[in-house]
Design a protein around this ligand. Structure first.
Ligand SMILES: *Cc1c(COP(=O)(O)O)cnc(C)c1O
Length: 477
């Protein structure tokens, strides 16, 4: 054919959305909504054990494919019994956000859009919304708006990115170009980190090639905060500018390191302060709580999750570096085939990934939905519930709260480790609520983390009742 009609690209035989695919997408949305609608009353633990679930998925890949709708229906049918209710308001294990519905809805769009969100040039709407997320979060967290921020998969990667940026900057200060020379023969970087740090920054040290065995573990107090005299003594022995890793929110106690005292001491030695604030940094958003984090804004880098206390669906955290150029120099994989974008804000310049999911969009939706006041109220509400829980439990003979409850974490222990473990086992098996296991100062604990957007006082009352009932049964009283 000739003529103007030929200017349109010929349609392929296969539609990008055939009827069956459309029905599959609708079914997925319907099942997702049905799942969320039962979350308040469903058991907080999976019905089946991991081995029973694994058996359902052991078969080989079929030679012929199956239609989209039946694939989705099968997934729902086979997987649901092994889905842990991490998003439930009665799930108190680890530190889990609730995958807030508005964020989950935005996540549907992210997946359907299928944007490669590396650049503002490829994906202008995503870059603009993600930049807004960074700006809003820096503001809520009380950090300098000029900081560099990358939206990554979570706090483990956020910690690793910050540690890599710190490594590069500290070596540059000693005249070492790591991009050209690598780590072999480089000057030493002394590493100082608290004895009660999370495993994530420890992994970051390994990923960055800094050596875990070389890290000096600083002594901590009964809440897991580093001791200033231990820091001072270690700093006085550092020959080169050190990397010091502090923590906002210890996983068992919720405690904060003494930033206001520690950070100036580290900076006096030319060091870099990184703060792992996976959940705890969010306390800064609440005026009544921010004093506890006093001085934290003076650090050089921070790791914080969006999928914990902000309740974003999984796959979201922020890696923040005061000097944006250090973060971009460490992370950018910009190749010759990308145009020179000057000073524009490019999502992939601040992350390890080049091609990347638009993982900031659910957080954009949640922040817009809650507003600054909503974020503050949610965090303050959780801290209030943690206080309430602790107050109720310490009245009970034979039950102890091991931490000073200043945040959202409560470390509960019974008379002996054996009793604590049995009580936890009964509570978890009963499935009404789900706290997780932990260990603190040599004792087994029942660890409660209150971070779900929908958790109410009634949920905490149920948790108390479950613990007390299990305790009575285990004690035989
Ligand atoms: C959860 C957590 C991490 C790791 O974050 P992920 O989101 O699991 O990667 C790091 N540090 C602290 C204090 C945490 O609570």
């Amino acid at each position: 054919m000739t003529g103007s009609g030929n200017r349109h690209v010929a349609r392929s035989e296969k539609l990008s959305l055939d009827e069956n695919s459309q029905r599959a997408m609708e079914a997925a949305a319907r099942h997702a909504i049905a799942y969320r609608a039962t979350l308040d009353t469903a058991p907080a633990k999976p019905d089946l054990r991991p081995d029973a679930i694994a058996a359902r998925f052991e078969g080989p890949l079929g030679e012929t494919g199956e239609d989209a709708l039946s694939v989705i229906e099968q997934i729902v049918q086979e997987a649901t019994a092994g889905i842990h209710a991490h998003a439930s308001p009665r799930f108190f294990g680890y530190v889990c956000g609730g995958s807030m519905p508005v964020g989950a809805a935005a996540d549907f769009l992210v997946t359907a859009w299928g944007q490669n969100s590396a650049s503002s040039w490829e994906s202008p709407s995503i870059a603009a919304m993600e930049q807004a997320v960074c700006r809003w979060c820096l503001d809520l967290l009380g950090l300098d708006p000029e900081c560099g921020a990358g939206i990554v998969t979570g706090a483990t990667v956020a910690n690793a990115q910050c540690i890599i940026a710190a490594r590069d900057a500290l070596l540059a200060r000693q005249g070492w170009d790591i991009d050209e020379l690598g780590l072999f023969g480089a000057p030493e970087i002394p590493i100082l980190i608290g004895s009660d740090a999370h495993s994530a920054p420890l992994a970051g040290l390994r990923y960055a090639g800094l050596g875990l065995g070389r890290a000096i573990r600083l002594e901590t107090d009964d809440q897991g905060r580093i001791q200033i005299d231990a820091l001072q003594a270690a700093l006085s022995r550092c020959e080169n500018p050190p990397l010091v890793i502090l923590q906002a929110g210890q996983i068992n106690t919720g405690a904060f390191d003494p930033f206001a005292e520690a950070i100036p001491l580290i900076h006096e030695r030319g060091g870099w302060v990184h703060v792992d604030g996976a959940f705890g940094l969010w306390a800064y958003a609440v005026p009544e709580l921010k004093d506890r984090l006093s001085g934290v804004d003076g650090a050089d880098s921070w790791a914080v999750d969006l999928h914990k206390w902000l309740n974003a669906p999984y796959d979201a955290g922020l890696s923040i570096v005061r000097d944006r150029s250090v973060l971009v120099a460490a992370m950018s994989a910009r190749g010759a085939y990308l145009p020179d974008l000057g000073d524009t804000w490019e999502p992939s310049d601040s992350t390890l990934e080049l091609s990347r999911r638009a993982r900031g969009i659910p957080s954009y939706a949640i922040l817009k939905h809650l507003g600054a006041t909503g974020v503050r109220e949610m965090i303050a509400h959780h801290c209030g519930l943690a206080q309430y829980l602790a107050e109720k439990l310490i009245e009970v003979p034979g039950i102890d709260v091991l931490n000073e409850v200043t945040l959202n974490q409560v470390a509960i222990a019974c008379e002996t480790d054996a009793i604590t473990k049995q009580v936890l086992d009964r509570v978890q098996t009963n499935g009404q609520v789900y706290p997780s296991h932990g260990e603190w100062r040599g004792r087994q604990i029942i660890r409660v983390s209150i971070t779900n957007y929908a958790t109410s006082q009634a949920d905490i009352d149920l948790l108390i009742q479950e613990i007390l009932t299990a305790h009575r049964l285990v004690e035989g009283i």
